[in-house]
Structure formats: structure tokens, C-alpha cells
Design a protein around this ligand. Sequence first.
Ligand code: NAP
Length: 278
Amino acid sequence: MVGYALDIGYRHIDTAQEYRNETEIGDAISASSVPREDIWLTTKVWVDRFRDGDLQRSVEESVHRLRTEPDLVLLHWPNASVPLRATIGALNDAKRRGLTKHIGVSNFTVALMRKALALSREPLLVNQVEYHPYLSQRAVLEWLRAQGMALIAYSPLALGRVFRDETLQQIGERHGKNAGQVALRWLVQQDGVIAIPRSSRDANVKANLDVFDFQLTASDMAKISALASPQGRLVDPVGLAPAWDDLSATERARRNARRVAQAVRARVGRVLRVPLRS
Ligand SMILES: NC(=O)c1ccc[n+]([C@@H]2O[C@H](COP(=O)([O-])OP(=O)(O)OC[C@H]3O[C@@H](n4cnc5c(N)ncnc54)[C@H](OP(=O)(O)O)[C@@H]3O)[C@@H](O)[C@H]2O)c1
């Protein structure tokens, strides 16, 4: 599928160590007639490799599997159990050592991005977050724009839900497009937003790229933005997800307390292991 996508014009490939497909993606890039420098390749480091030394080794392993240095390496999710200073320092080191051209984060809130940016000597390029018509990312997007950073929208088709949406279908009819193409167009028509749809079918992969020959009106854009709701988030894994910017104050406080407890447990665990090992 990656080979086919490159053939028909895709130039942005998004992977992660956790997806366990870096080797196949490396094979597809090597076999493609598309020059490597025309491809944007992103991978991500999983949260259990965030310590200094471990993170750099983990990126080296990605480079080995991909058979090329990625353009962008992201921290896949925040991890309160490892001090952010150490993780950002290691990520900076990976970049300085030429293991990746750029670095960034994924699933970070504004508060976490602020901390990360303050700790990073190298520029952080993007934050990759869930973004589609049912989830507002206004706070994150405004903050990113103010920093000159970009937002990569994952699950841009809301895992396929947009195809059943009447508002998107109606807007699509006027433009001769399907509901998914309307959702993707809504994303890429926003300043500083990049979309990474996924599909396992040739016809869908082709259709998802066909979004650069029409323009949504301001009224279309507003109608689609109005579909967002507090229940719109689809990817919210317990134990990984931070206190998202769009949560109520109570829920944010509860999640922050849970993250602090996690970090304390991890620290106590490390301290207790020291005498056992020595
Ligand atoms: N950073 C993170 O934590 C994170 C989390 C989640 C995802 N991501 C990234 O974002 C990418 C996309 O997100 P996602 O996979 O969660 O969701 P998505 O792209 O919103 O949705 C994928 C689903 O939509 C269906 N679909 C795609 N095109 C279609 C079409 N034209 N017509 C009908 N159905 C269509 C696919 O089915 P078919 O295969 O049948 O077409 C698939 O079930 C992932 O591949 C990954 O790279 C990152």
C-alpha cells in the first residue's frame, strides 16, 4: 500500500516504532522510484524508551529498520514517569547526531508543549494530535501557530465516522466530493494543519488524495467546525492520555493528579530497585 500511495502521489508517510511496520515501510521506500528527498517520513519513539541513551538507541533501531534517517521523530505520547528534561535532551541529542532531520511531539497539551519547548535547544517542529470535525483543537492550534509550529492531524477521518455524516455529505454534494474528502479538505485548508489519513484499500487511498482541486467556502468551514463536541475525542487511552486542553477543570485536575501519582510510583520503584541491584 505504501508503494501504491507513493506511485499515485502521496509524499508523507507516518509510522511509529509501536506500529511494528518500519521494516516494511523501509522496503517500500527503497523499492519506490520516488526520490527519497521528495518523501517526508515521520516515526515516533514509544514511551518505554524515553530515558537518555535508551531513546537514542531506539531511534538508531528505527533508522536501521527504515534503512533511512526519518525527516521527523516524535515522542509518541507524554510520559510523566520520565523527567521531560531527560527525554527532550535525548531527543535533541538524536537530532544533533543526524539520526533525524527534525524533532517534535505527539499528544502533548499546551502546558506540556510549553515545558517541552522551554527545555529544547533544537526547534520542535510539530505536535501530532487527533483532529477531525468532531474534535476542536482550537487551543492547541492557536498555540502552535503562535510558535510557528505545525499541527499534524491524526485520525482525520474520525476512524471512518465522517463518511456517515449528513452535513459533510451535503457539503460534498455541492463540490462533487464525498464526506471524507470534505473532512480532509477542511483540515488542510486551515493554516498550519497537515492531515494523515490511513486506508488499506486502493480506491480509498486514491480518493483521500483527491482534495486539492476544490475550495470550501467560509460558511462550509464554519458549519464543519460546528460539528465538534466534548464527546468527540476517539483516542483517549487510560494511562497514556494527558489532561487534554478541552476537558473540564475537574477532569483535568483528576488526570493531572493521576499523572503525578504515576510519576511518584515510577520514581519510588527506581529508588527501591537501587539497593536490590547493588
Ligand atoms: N500519534 C498518535 O498517537 C496516533 C494515533 C492514531 C493514529 N495516528 C496516525 O494517524 C493515521 C490515521 O489515523 P487512523 O488510522 O486512526 O484514522 P483515520 O485515518 O481517521 O481512519 C481510518 C479508517 O477510515 C477508513 N477509510 C479511510 N479512507 C476511506 C474512504 N475513502 N472511504 C471509506 N472509509 C475510509 C479506513 O478503512 P479502509 O482501510 O477500509 O479504507 C479506516 O478504517 C494512522 O495511520 C497513524 O499513522 C497517530
